[in-house]
Ligand binder design. Structure first.
Ligand code: HEC
Ligand code: HEC
Length: 299
């Protein structure tokens, strides 16, 4: 129902204000930017494999999940999908046949994207060449493939629907919140989680770890020692552009942040990088030390 309304709203907006409709090239460019900034590229366009052919294996504590082909190929990809199917996938984490997707496809973030951004992604994806690729079945750990497990996870962690900006905040802050939570999903990595994987909401961005392929995700709150309180706005812009930290070191090449900066975040506009800083700066300073908490799990 929500979907139909969203599609109707889009159609209506176009019909009502044809002059205001962004031109096709601009929408395509926006989709291309989002494909990178939102990290789709890292899972669905693996170096050495066909563009949009998928193939990234994602080892997690829940099992290993392979990114599928999302090119316009009729058999393997999205060739037979409507834009409505794509909205259902992104907004509701659900396939056209109704089955739920594994959360490795980060729909808990993408569900918060605006209609215009999901539409732009669809325009970009539909315009790419169809490719064939090797298909691999997911390997969930047995307990997580029990019936109802994904429904349980959704009850805990999935809040469907686009984000509504907080009216008491500035447009720049809201842009930062949107980028962090809906597009780049910094919060999914940089927030501590409970044993069963729930994000600790009161401790947003206080740091976390990826226990599938061990990596520590630093505390990004404004805490002067535990977090990045000492970073200036320009420090953040430089880091998100080059991976270089204020102390001159660079994000580790064998950990995911390096790739994220190179392939995703460096493409954001400078204004967007500054908006991310503004949002992070407004969070409560948290003294959580993810290295002390998770460091022992290092192999
Ligand atoms: C961390 C890896 C990862 C990222 C980032 C990611 N995906 Fe995926 N994606 C997956 C995996 C794994 C699946 C398969 C989920 C399943 O089968 O339950 C998937 C499934 C999909 C599907 C469903 C395909 C089908 O045949 O049903 C679409 C569409 C999709 N992704 C689009 C995107 C877009 C667009 C983005 C960026 C906005 C994106 N993905 C980002 C890993 C990822
Ligand atoms: C897929 C997980 C993941 C996502 C998403 C992610 N990060 Fe990171 N981030 C990491 C890891 C891992 C490191 C540690 C890299 C290192 O220090 O070598 C890191 C390090 C950092 C650092 C360095 C902090 C320090 O004290 O050294 C900053 C700043 C940072 N990330 C900001 C961001 C921002 C801003 C976003 C969203 C735009 C983001 N990250 C998204 C995993 C992630």
């Amino acid at each position: 129902m929500r979907l139909t309304l969203a599609v109707l709203a889009l159609t209506f907006a176009r019909a009502a204000a044809p002059d205001a409709a962004p031109d096709d090239a601009a929408v395509y460019a926006q989709g291309e930017l989002l494909y990178h900034a939102a990290g789709c590229v890292g899972c669905h366009s693996v170096p050495g494999l066909p563009h949009l052919g998928g193939g990234r294996d994602n080892p997690t504590v829940f099992g290993t999940f392979y990114a599928p082909n999302i090119s316009p190929d009729l058999e393997q990809g999205l060739g037979s999908w409507t834009e409505g199917d794509f909205f259902t996938a992104m907004r509701d984490g659900r396939a056209p046949d109704g089955h739920l997707y594994w959360p490795t496809f980060p729909t808990m973030a993408y569900t918060k994207m605006s209609d215009a951004d999901i539409h732009a992604l669809w325009v970009y994806l539909s315009a790419q060449p169809a490719v064939k690729s090797e298909e691999r079945a997911h390997e969930p750990r047995r307990i997580y493939s029990l019936p109802g497990m994904l429904n349980l996870w959704r009850l805990m962690e999935f809040r469907p629907g686009p984000m509504t900006p907080d009216p008491t905040q500035t447009a720049q802050w809201s842009r930062g919140e949107y980028l962090v939570q809906a597009v780049t999903y910094c919060d999914q990595c940089h927030t501590p989680r409970s044993k069963i994987g729930r994000m600790r909401r009161g401790r947003t961005m206080a740091g976390g770890a990826n226990l599938g392929k061990f990596e520590v995700h630093p505390n990004l709150t404004p805490h002067p020692e535990a977090g990045i309180g000492a970073w200036s706005e320009d420090d953040m812009v430089r880091f998100l552009t080059t991976g270089e930290k204020p102390d001159g070191s660079v994000a580790r090449e064998d950990w995911v942040m390096h790739e994220k900066v190179r392939d995703s975040y460096s493409r954001l506009s400078e204004d967007d990088k500054r908006a991310i800083y503004t949002y992070l700066r407004s969070l409560p300073a948290d003294d959580f030390d993810p290295e002390a908490r998770y460091g022992d799990a290092a192999p």
